[in-house]
Design a protein around this ligand. Structure first.
Ligand code: DI6
Ligand code: FE
Length: 401
């Protein structure tokens, strides 16, 4: 059989089955952007590759998948960071016009080009660490026009930078200044979701369900509107308090419930029953100096898939390093090395509804790879501030760093 590229002399983290699915001294082949062969040394003798690449003993994992980011925004909140270091609280900053609303003002004021210019370096930083698929949420526009601008920039950056961008509509991120929560949610459901869906600008709808944001009745309304327009649902839940949002989202078949520091047993059971992925965000936990750990042991025991993501945003997680997020997942949340790597591959893919196409190295999957100069998988999680990426491969196309 003809194929495009055959990589030989590599070690693979296939992420097939449980754990990392390690295959040492292996070979992998691609054709037309898909993986057509995975096996041990010599197993590809029947293939006729157009190109043969000696991997020199490097490790290959699936391309990394960051399943929760707010990467497209304008401005930054370094000033608030400094204020918080002086002891000013997040709530006081918000009352003084800071917080999410400050980023909304900057994002609304930015042209399409300006927004792309400011966001591009963040996407490139992710790419340099082997990211091949990345979710980007809107939520700093809070008008149809400005949310649309964010989602269009997200799509454009993905095309420019050769990263698969999965767009999510997070119109229900905050109450826009001067509006009432309920009438704004009515607008989100009655006009924004239908327009975003009709224009194909998002695959899923998210909501910040929290005592400082939207309640579960409003989340129900948003989920019903999303479903009616053929969009998947996900939720920011139980970050600061237990609103039972994850349980509600699971009952609506949510792809994921994210943050979930304050999740209770009923929420865990609902997520397990629905197959909803738990997306853990150690960057936000670290940056806000949170002390309530997500219920990792109970999630694990219930068999809820665990994903990890950067939550890249200007307020609570100005993080563009999946590798650092893995290290934080291990040190702060006590995840195992296997869980950290699965959290940025197999389970992250599942949190995006793409578990059948990406996040594993298996025949028929997209040939999205990260090739690493490491001695063992643990090196990805163990080292801090070191990037051992050798190359990325997107849809079978090698992209040297
Ligand atoms: N949860 C968060 O931690 C961020 N958004 C959200 O829904 C905060 C975003 C910000 O402060 O800009
Ligand atoms: Fe978030």
């Amino acid at each position: 059989m003809q194929c495009d590229i055959l990589w030989t002399n590599v070690h693979l983290m296939t992420l097939q089955g449980e754990g990392l699915g390690i295959l040492r001294d292996a070979e992998l082949a691609s054709r037309d952007g898909r993986i057509v062969h995975v096996g041990t040394a010599g197993s590809a003798a029947h293939l006729q590759p157009a190109t043969r690449i000696d991997g020199a003993g490097r490790w290959i994992s699936p391309g990394l998948v960051d399943c929760h980011t707010h990467l497209v925004y304008a401005g930054n909140r370094a000033n608030e960071f400094e204020q918080r270091l002086q002891g000013v609280s997040y709530a006081d900053i918000a009352r003084a016009g800071g917080g999410i609303v400050a980023t909304v003002s900057a994002t609304r004021a930015a042209s399409h080009e300006r927004l792309a210019h400011e966001s591009r370096p963040r996407l490139l930083a992710m790419r340099r660490e082997g990211v091949t698929t990345l979710e980007i949420k809107s939520g700093y526009g809070l008008t149809l026009e400005d949310e649309r601008k964010q989602l269009q920039v997200a799509r454009q950056l993905g095309q420019e930078c050769d990263v698969q961008v999965v767009p999510t509509f997070l119109g229900a991120h905050a109450v826009p200044p001067g509006r009432q929560a309920q009438e704004y949610i009515d607008e989100v459901c009655q006009s924004m979701i239908p327009a975003i869906a009709a224009e194909g600008l998002a695959e899923a709808v998210d909501i910040f369900c929290e005592n400082i944001a939207f309640n579960t009745a409003q989340a129900t309304q948003v989920f019903e509107a999303a479903r009616a327009h053929g969009l998947a649902v996900k939720i920011h839940a139980e970050q600061l308090s237990n609103q039972h949002g994850a349980e509600l989202a699971a009952r609506h078949g949510a792809l994921s419930a994210d943050h979930i520091e304050h999740l209770d047993d009923a929420g865990i059971a609902a997520m397990a029953a629905a197959g909803t992925v738990a997306v853990l965000l150690p960057g936000a936990f670290y940056f806000t100096r949170d002390t309530t750990l997500p219920p990792i042991a109970a999630l694990r025991a219930a068999g809820v898939p665990l994903a990890l993501a950067t939550d890249c945003n200007p307020g609570t997680s100005p993080l563009t390093s999946p590798l650092l997020a893995m290290n934080m997942g291990a040190t702060l949340f006590r995840l195992t090395v296997d869980e950290c790597i699965a959290g940025f591959t197999r389970n992250a893919a599942r949190a995006l509804g793409r578990g059948d196409r990406i996040g594993q190295l298996g025949v028929g999957m997209d040939c999205d790879l990260a090739i690493w100069d490491i001695d063992a998988p643990a090196d990805l999680v163990y080292r801090i501030g070191f990037n051992p990426l050798y190359a990325r491969v997107v849809r079978g196309q090698p992209d040297p760093i």
